[in-house]
Structures are given as structure tokens and as C-alpha cells.
Design a protein around this ligand. Structure first.
Ligand code: SF4
Length: 478
């Protein structure tokens, strides 16, 4: 490969991508102190979160002197929810004294000096040298390390090894630039999970070392098959601003069940109130900004059932059922048992009632229950089962209900077709969990036992962003 050609192609390609947050702060402020602080905040944190936390912090602590006046507890509150915010608050609290004692309250412009500062490792130091001082330095983060190995330009196991390898072979004129290019490219196209090789400008020559091929998008699906899609959008207004209409084209659903819409119909933009090409059915919670589901369908249903006949659950807008000629589509947002498990009993009662409701319908015709079940059923369905055994969504009680539910004949359509690990539909916003694929599979399409043969295919659209969940797909015979 010719690295210069690759990087020049990418220079043009990423010109319209979102600029990585630290670069943006460097360009906007030209202030080494702000670049240093933003870089410390950015470790293991999404750019949007870093940008907001930096903005809040700079209002009160935008200089060394002002930062010195803020105590650790206040810093924690200001920078939350950046990853490892408690540790970072401690580092930031210690920073002014260290800078005052050793560097005259200025940010040092050497690797050695930067590495003595609290919370600063080689990656941070390189980024500060490059972005704040324009000194040739190669900041190797996860994207640079990963993509350089995918291209076969280096063969290394750790970011540190990649930095050393690049220092030997990468032309110096690219040292500063390479981080910005590959972070933007890694966030936009060559993503850690499901890289977009299908639309990549380097697709023809890239070696794709270690890349798990993305499933080809299913186009031209048969008229005999319905595409049923479920997605917990975690706020429909928010996801709309993050490219929902483009995602809709890609998902191409016949029926789309969205959960946790957090809005009443009047609060939504007109495109969502009545989605073009679809019939729209809403069921919102009594409480504003909470829970709620909507189902969009190309075919007009014969009947619509709101709720499951129990006001404890129905006031929360959790279950919306559409009846078609030969199946019921139940769009369901199961309760979360909560961090302190205070809603475990409530959730269990809901589960039991929902199952009764679905079983009554299954006597009449096929039933598909889609939605955020708020439980990972088996160890294969989450990245860290042992650490989460007592946590909401993977407690023995919640898994036991899922055992009972499937023992009663309900089929988890995804597991019927796919036994692979690392298949997740939800990731915490913290600690770059999605980028590292530390996730949970808690979104399902479950089908009554008599309808097993109607399950054609399943998919999890991990590349579709906009929520902390991604859409899940069931192709179901008409
Ligand atoms: S072809 Fe695929 S693996 Fe290679 S750079 Fe492009 S997105 Fe990444």
C-alpha cells in the first residue's frame, strides 16, 4: 500500500465529517491549557459528551487559576457523564498545583514534561503536543491503531507498539494529521463494529486485515416476506435529529415498532406524526417525556389495541398491538427493573400479564412480540455476564422469567437463526462501550411456537446509530 495515497484520499474524504472534538477545541481556542483539559476529558468518552463537558467546565475553570478554585466534588458534577469522571475530576483538581509548582502555571511543551502531569499518558501527551503546540507527534488512539493494522501498514498488538512503528516509517508531514484523519474516518466509515466497506473510498485496495465483514444489506426482498423492525430510540425527537429519516430508508421496514419515544404525538415534528408511506399509531405514557411506543406500518391494520388491560402498566404507554389479517404485531417496551432493583416485582408482574395477553392472541393467529425486553437472556447475550449477575437486566429472577417464557413455546427468533456471541443491541453510553462492543442483547422479536416456520431471517443493525440501542430485524413470511 502507498500510505501517502491513502492519507491524501482520506484528507478529501473526511473534509465533511465531524471534526474530532479535541481538534475543534484546538482550532477554536488555540489555548494549550484547554486542549490539555479537553484531551484528559476525551479519554474513553464520546465526542459529543466531551464537547458538552468541556463547555460546562470552561465556563468556570477555563484557566489554570480558575480551575484551582473548583473542588473535586464539584468537578465530578460538572464533567459527569464523561467516562471515568471520578478519576478525571481528581486529575483535574491536582493539575493547577502541579503546573504551578513545576511549569510556572503553563502547559509544558515536551513529552517528558507532559508525562509528569496527573492523568496524562503518551496518547494524551502526543495529542497535546500536536494540537496545542504543532510539534510533530503521533497520537495513537484506538482508531489509529486499529486502522493502521487493518491496512497492514503496521502489524502491532498495542497502541504503544503502533506509535513506535509509525515513528519509524510514517513520513513526518503526516504525524500530526494522522490522528484527526483516522479518528474522523474511524467514527464515520471504518467503524470498529460493522465498518462501512460497502461505501468506503479505500474498498478496492484495502487489505481488511481482521475485519469481520458486515452482512450485505438485504435489498430486493421478496414480496412474500415482511420486514419487521424494532428499535428503542431512547427519545424519538433526539433520534430524528440524528438522521432517523436516512436510517428509515436503510431499514426499509414494512412494520416498525419504536420504543421509549419519550414524547406525545403533538410534541413531534410533522414527519414523525405521520410518517410518509406509513400509517402511524402512538401510545404515549401519561407522564410527559417518559416511555411510550409508536408503530409505523405500510399496511393498514384491521384493529389496534392499546395496552394490556391493567392501568398500572398501561399508564406508562408500554404495549401497542396491531392486528393484521394473519398475525398480531405487539410492540412492547418492558419495564426496567432499575439500578437498585426497586422495580423488579413490578417488572415481573408486567411480564406475566404481557405473556397472558399474548397467549390469548396466539390462540387466534400468529403473534410477534417485538421490543426492548430489558433483559439479556443467557450469558452469550451480554459481554460481561459474571460481573452483571446481580445487575438489572441480568438478575436470576429476570432470566428465570425468560426461561419460563421460552419454555412456554415463545421463540427468540434471533437465537433460532444465530448462535454467535458478541451480538448486541444495547451499549452503555459510558466507557466507549459501543466502540468496544461491550454490550447486551436486550431487544427481541419473539414469535409464538406455531409460527416458527414463518421466521425467515434475522439481523441486528449495529451500524445504525442515534440511540444507545440499535434496530433489530425479523423477516417474517406474509
Ligand atoms: S475497506 Fe473497510 S476495512 Fe478497509 S478502510 Fe474501508 S471501511 Fe475500513
Amino acid at each position: 500500500m502507498n500510505i501517502e495515497t491513502y492519507l491524501e484520499v482520506l484528507r478529501k474524504e473526511v473534509a465533511n465529517y465531524q471534526v474530532p472534538v479535541v481538534d475543534l477545541i484546538a482550532v477554536q481556542t488555540k489555548d494549550p491549557f484547554k486542549v490539555l483539559v479537553a484531551t484528559i476529558l476525551s479519554a474513553r468518552t464520546k465526542d459529543e459528551v466531551t464537547a458538552e463537558a468541556s463547555e460546562r467546565l470552561f465556563k468556570q475553570g477555563g484557566t489554570v487559576e480558575d480551575l484551582a478554585k473548583i473542588d473535586v466534588a464539584t468537578l465530578e458534577k460538572i464533567i459527569f457523564p464523561v467516562g471515568f469522571y471520578k478519576n478525571k475530576a481528581k486529575y483535574l483538581a491536582a493539575l493547577p498545583d502541579k503546573l504551578a509548582a513545576d511549569f510556572g502555571s503553563k502547559v509544558p511543551n515536551t513529552m517528558e514534561g507532559l508525562l509528569t502531569l496527573p492523568g496524562v499518558g503518551r496518547k494524551t501527551a502526543n495529542l497535546v503536543l500536536a494540537q496545542a503546540f504543532g510539534i510533530p507527534a503521533i497520537c495513537v488512539d484506538t482508531h489509529v491503531h486499529r486502522i493502521m493494522n487493518i491496512w497492514g501498514y503496521v502489524e502491532t498488538k498495542t497502541p504503544e507498539q503502533t506509535e513506535m512503528a509509525l515513528r519509524k516509517k510514517l513520513p513526518e508531514k503526516y504525524w500530526i494529521l494522522v490522528n484527526s484523519l483516522l479518528v474522523a474516518f474511524g467514527q464515520g466509515t471504518c467503524r470498529p463494529v460493522g465498518p462501512h466497506c460497502d461505501r468506503c473510498v479505500l474498498a478496492e485496495s484495502c487489505l481488511r486485515r481482521g475485519v469481520k465483514p458486515r452482512k450485505p444489506r438485504k435489498t430486493g426482498k421478496s414480496n412474500e416476506v415482511l420486514r419487521l423492525v424494532s428499535w428503542n430510540v431512547n427519545g424519538l425527537r433526539a433520534v430524528f435529529k440524528k438522521g432517523f429519516m436516512e436510517s428509515l430508508v436503510e431499514m426499509a421496514p414494512d412494520v416498525l415498532g419504536l420504543q421509549e419515544i419519550k414524547a406525545t404525538v403533538e410534541q413531534l415534528p410533522t414527519e414523525l406524526q405521520s410518517l410518509p408511506g406509513y400509517h402511524s399509531f402512538f401510545y404515549s405514557a401519561d407522564r410527559k417525556g417518559y416511555s411510550g411506543v409508536v408503530t409505523y406500518t405500510k399496511e393498514k391494520p384491521e384493529n389496534v389495541i392499546r395496552g394490556i388491560g391493567d392501568s398500572r402498566f398501561d399508564s406508562e404507554g408500554r404495549v401497542l398491538t396491531l392486528e393484521f389479517s394473519n398475525y398480531f404485531f405487539i410492540n412492547c417496551y418492558f419495564p426496567n427493573s432499575k439500578h437498585d432493583l426497586s422495580r423488579l416485582d413490578f417488572k415481573h408482574d408486567f411480564n406475566v400479564r404481557l405473556q397472558e395477553f399474548a397467549e390469548e392472541l396466539a390462540v387466534i393467529k400468529s403473534v410477534v412480540i417485538c421490543g426492548d425486553f430489558n433483559v439479556a437472556h443467557k450469558e452469550i447475550d451480554l459481554a460481561n455476564p459474571r460481573q452483571n449477575r446481580k445487575n438489572a437486566g441480568f438478575t436470576p429472577e429476570e432470566c428465570a422469567w425468560m426461561d419460563d417464557f421460552t419454555a412456554a413455546g415463545w421463540i427468540d427468533s434471533f437465537r433460532m437463526k444465530n448462535k454467535e456471541p458478541d451480538q448486541y443491541s444495547w451499549w452503555s453510553y459510558r466507557s466507549r462501550a459501543r466502540e468496544r462492543n461491550i454490550g447486551w442483547r436486550i431487544d427481541y422479536h419473539c414469535v409464538d411456537k406455531k409460527s416458527r416456520k414463518r421466521i425467515v431471517d434475522v439481523d441486528i443493525l449495529q451500524h445504525i446509530h442515534g440511540s444507545d440501542h440499535c434496530p433489530v430485524v425479523l423477516d417474517f413470511t406474509r
